[in-house]
Design a binder for this molecule. Structure first.
Ligand SMILES: [Fe+2]
Ligand SMILES: [Fe+2]
Length: 203
């Protein structure tokens, strides 16, 4: 993938770019942002495992998500190693307001297809926003090593975002996926508008 061409609005579909002040805020405590990042990677891995377990009859999903689990766990280990290298401690898990608010938008009842679609689109959205945040870090951090470190994550999460959309379109009609994705993007835009900008959170 040509990472130079990743454009937040056109490719990821996100409606609101991250406030430019966020990168500066993350520089206040590397320990805090790396701690939150490590949990994000861990949750990405466990959510993929959960999808594989609950949708075990969906062969394509299982085949595609199995290696993502390994990749996300690798990301988790990479962040842990970064903390250790810098003599920083991996702190306790914090409340993930962004993800909690996204979960509120998921359909809880109705047809199984609608719930399945929302689960995939939630993951696509988290991957897209993570990708955008990592892009900001890869461009805005002062430390050259960390800029490269975050560029690696940015490239990887861009691939995941695409994968979740592709999986949704594999199992469900494209117009249905597109329509619901637009609703998700609109919801996320409003969420981003209301959320406090915090330097100790990836989202
Ligand atoms: Fe990741
Ligand atoms: Fe990911």
């Amino acid at each position: 993938m040509q990472t130079e061409t990743i454009d937040v609005k056109n490719i990821l579909g996100l409606q609101l770019p991250t406030d430019p002040r966020w990168v500066d805020l993350t520089s206040i405590s590397l320990e805090a942002i790396l701690t939150d990042h490590a949990y994000c990677e861990q949750k990405a891995a466990t959510t993929c495992i959960s999808l594989i377990q609950r949708y075990s009859e969906y062969e394509e999903l299982v085949k595609e998500l199995a290696p993502v689990v390994t990749e996300e766990w690798g990301h988790f280990r990479a962040v842990l190693a970064e903390l250790a290298k810098r003599n920083l401690r991996w702190g306790k898990q914090r409340k993930d307001l962004y993800v909690n608010e996204l979960l509120l938008f998921q359909k809880k009842g109705g047809h199984v297809d609608d719930r399945f679609l929302d689960e995939l689109l939630t993951m696509a959205l988290i991957e897209a926003r993570s990708c955008e945040r990592f892009k900001r870090l890869s461009e805005g951090l002062k430390d050259d090593y960390l800029r490269k470190f975050y560029r690696m994550f940015m490239e990887s999460e861009a691939g995941h975002y695409t994968l979740f959309i592709t999986l949704a379109e594999h199992y469900l009609p494209k117009p249905k996926v597109r329509k619901r994705w637009k609703e998700w993007l609109e919801y996320e835009k409003q969420l981003m508008n209301t959320m406090e900008i915090r330097g100790d959170r990836i989202h």
